[in-house]
Design a protein around this ligand. Structure first.
Ligand code: SF4
Length: 688
């Protein structure tokens, strides 16, 4: 008899490894992932992908997946049915709510799950449990950038699209390394350099690939970006190189702004930042001469105590020079996770409903109260960082954490893990037994992107659909299904049968999405949110800025100098990504191909420091901070200079995870941990 052939299925999906938002077809046969096939129809990447998008998918079929609900019994987890697990969660969380009040529970959403699932987490928190204590991991990375752009333009998103970055006359990269973190976006810049002579300035404490490729590489002292940005802005205004007509027509608070930046002379900036005056002038001249300047920034800016204020300084520079409201220019915070933009857009933050609608606005709150049929607190809830503090103060008793390995992602991991262990009840929705999940009382097995329908929103505010390529593994379930069933157990009949219905409900309550639905997003189509009439808006602010008078505002927020450390911590600790891996490595370290290319973390040490301490490649050192200690082999490299060392963040081992060293200070506005303002001392363990 003829053997029956299983057909090869081709399913369109969106990459889950960074905020660029590449889409492609995944070819599958049963559960086997045969290949990733990019397409000319893909709006962001066309036929390109990077190594993660192409080879990073082994984790989906990993034997380590959690495939059935687990309930803690003493020191072990015991397998349970969905009914048992969800009943227990509903009873426990319901009981804690009744005993200690709604605000004794905290919810953490995820930038790895879909928009629809994030929407449901904020709905679960606000409707079912009656609290605004909901946050997502943008608190660890991009909240300062979003806040800075909201203050100045009224919208916390990229000004335009990746096409506008590629079309700019000048790109300035500040504290971001796109060749490692956003590879396909970096190839767009590399191509623009060749095709139309695009100029590139890279500003970073570490010289990464895009530093090598820059026309001008600038290395400021850690945490001083605000100062050189303000000094260049002031210098350009003093020289008459600003755009007076644009400012008059479109920007408020000019006089106050001039007064505020008065102290930031070139001399002062040279002193504080370590960048020579001549270099600052050269940067100003390059902005003056460019047909459109686009500034991209990342964690090197935002993970500082001045992260929010520095993001404002970037917007101020762009406003002063007329580099907003036009194509091929503008502000581009580069979102790290694939759906970090979407998680925030969906209202998984303590102060906003979906679409950045404030919970403090009576009219808006009334709209959601009517839709949800409950009262919603008028004051913002606690953010991530405040929730951990509240555990310490006994005010938070239980948490629901979806797809976020807080135990390693938060600064000062020792402290975070201690706080998680203090909770009365912890629910973790996950695909792997992460360190965070090991603290859980109940683990609910969700599914990765290939096993469900939904949408992701990339760094350009572009919403794209992903289609289910595989059945959920074992007894795991799509996260939206889990949340819906939990709400049901709590007496709320959400009754969704498909994510399209969740999206439609969200869009009906959210002006930015009013004209978006699953039909608009069919296949390779996509939609950029950004106008209050809900139309597709690739380029922001065409009808004016998002304030009642349609004018932007210069931000009037002053410099916050870096945190001081005791003298014994004499080395500045930088940290970030490598090309082959993703975050704490939970996903990519389960891919054989990627692990082969990059097996272990290390510490980069400058040749000067190596000489001074007598270490060489492979020497084992111990790095000690006020918060903890790790052991790593040395890699001597001129990517770092002097007393700056660099540790990749892709480790979740108690031996080598960088967040055992970070901690303490946070951004003054958004509480984003100042991961980049860490200091350590180095002890040499072995020399070979
Ligand atoms: Fe995926 Fe980002 Fe690579 Fe594109 S650039 S394939 S979105 S990791």
């Amino acid at each position: 008899a003829a053997m029956r052939e299983t057909r090869i299925e081709k399913t369109k999906t969106v990459c889950t490894f960074c905020g660029v938002g590449c889409s492609f077809e995944v070819w599958t046969k049963d559960r086997e992932i045969l290949k990733i096939e990019p397409s000319e129809n893909a709006p962001v990447n066309s036929v390109s992908t990077c190594v993660k998008g192409k080879f990073g998918w082994d984790f989906v079929n990993s034997q380590e997946r959690i495939t059935t609900p687990l309930i803690r019994k003493g020191d072990v987890f015991v397998e349970a049915s969905w009914d048992e697990a969800l009943t227990l969660v509903a009873n426990k969380l319901g009981g804690i709510k009744d005993t200690y009040g709604s605000d004794s529970i905290g919810f953490i959403a995820s930038s790895k799950i879909t928009n629809e699932e994030n929407y449901l987490i904020q709905k679960l928190s606000r409707q079912v449990f009656g609290t605004n204590n909901v946050d997502n991991c943008s608190r660890y990375c991009q909240s300062p950038a979003s806040w800075g752009l909201q203050q100045t333009g009224g919208i916390g998103g990229d000004s335009g699209t990746i096409k506008d970055i590629a079309g700019a006359g000048l790109v300035i990269l500040v504290g971001c390394a796109p060749a490692e973190g956003h590879p396909v976006l970096a190839t767009r810049i590399k191509r623009a350099q060749k095709l139309h002579g695009q100029k590139l300035i890279t500003v970073d404490v570490r010289r990464h690939e895009m530093g090598d490729r820059a026309d001008l590489f600038v290395r400021p002292k850690q945490g001083t970006d605000y100062v050189w940005l303000s000094a260049i802005t002031k210098y350009m205004i003093d020289q008459g190189w600003h755009d007076e007509a644009f400012i008059k027509a479109h920007v408020n608070h000019y006089d106050e702004f001039l007064k505020m930046i008065e102290p930031y002379t070139l001399d002062e900036a040279e002193k504080i930042t370590g960048i020579y005056k001549e270099t600052l002038i050269q940067m100003a001249e390059m902005i003056r001469d460019a047909d459109g300047t686009a500034i991209c920034w990342g964690m090197g800016v935002t993970q500082n105590i001045a992260g929010s204020h520095t993001s404002v300084a970037i917007a101020n520079l762009l406003l002063a020079t007329g580099n907003m409201m036009r194509p091929n220019a503008g502000a581009y915070p580069l979102r790290g996770h694939n759906n970090v933009q979407g998680a925030a857009d969906m209202g998984t933050m303590p102060n906003i409903f979906p679409g950045y609608q404030p919970v403090t606005d009576d009219q808006i709150r009334a709209k959601f109260e009517k839709a949800y049929g409950v009262d919603i607190p008028a004051i913002p809830g606690l953010d991530n960082i405040q929730m951990l503090e509240a555990i310490d103060n006994d005010r938070i008793k239980a948490m629901f954490i979806a797809g976020e390995d807080m135990a390693w992602v938060d600064a000062d991991s020792n402290h975070t893990q201690e706080m998680l262990s203090k909770l009365d009840f912890l629910v973790v929705q996950e695909i792997f037994l992460t360190t965070t999940a090991q603290f859980a009382d109940v683990i609910l097995p969700g599914t990765p992107s290939l096993e469900k329908d939904g949408t992701f929103t990339n760094t350009e505010r572009r919403v794209q659909r992903l289609y289910q390529a595989l059945e959920p593994m074992g007894n795991s379930k799509p996260d939206w299904w889990i949340l819906t069933e939990l709400a049901k157990k709590m007496g709320f009949d959400w009754n969704y049968s498909h994510p399209s219905e969740i999206f439609a409900e969200m869009a009906s309550l959210t002006p930015f999405f009013a004209q978006c639905n699953y039909d608009v997003l069919e296949g390779w189509n996509s939609f950029h949110w950004g106008s209050l009439d809900g139309s597709n808006t690739p380029l922001l602010f065409q009808e004016g800025f998002n304030f009642p008078d349609k004018k932007a505002r210069f931000g009037l927020f002053d410099y916050v100098p870096p945190v001081e450390f005791p003298d014994e911590f004499d080395l500045s600790l930088d940290n970030g990504r490598l090309l082959e891996h993703f975050h704490e490595g939970n996903l990519t370290q389960k891919s054989e191909g990627l692990n082969y290319k990059f097996p272990k973390v290390f510490v980069e040490v400058s040749p000067e420091l190596a000489k001074e301490r007598g270490v060489k490649d492979g020497s084992l050192v111990r790095l000690v901070s006020p918060y903890g200690a790790i052991r790593l082999p040395v890699l001597v490299t001129d990517r770092v200079v002097g007393k700056t060392v660099y540790v990749p963040m892709h480790s979740s081992s108690h031996e080598s995870a960088v967040n055992l060293l970070t901690g303490g200070a946070v951004d003054v506005v958004t509480h984003t941990p100042a991961y980049k303002q860490a200091k350590v001392r180095m002890e040499v363990l072995t020399l070979d």
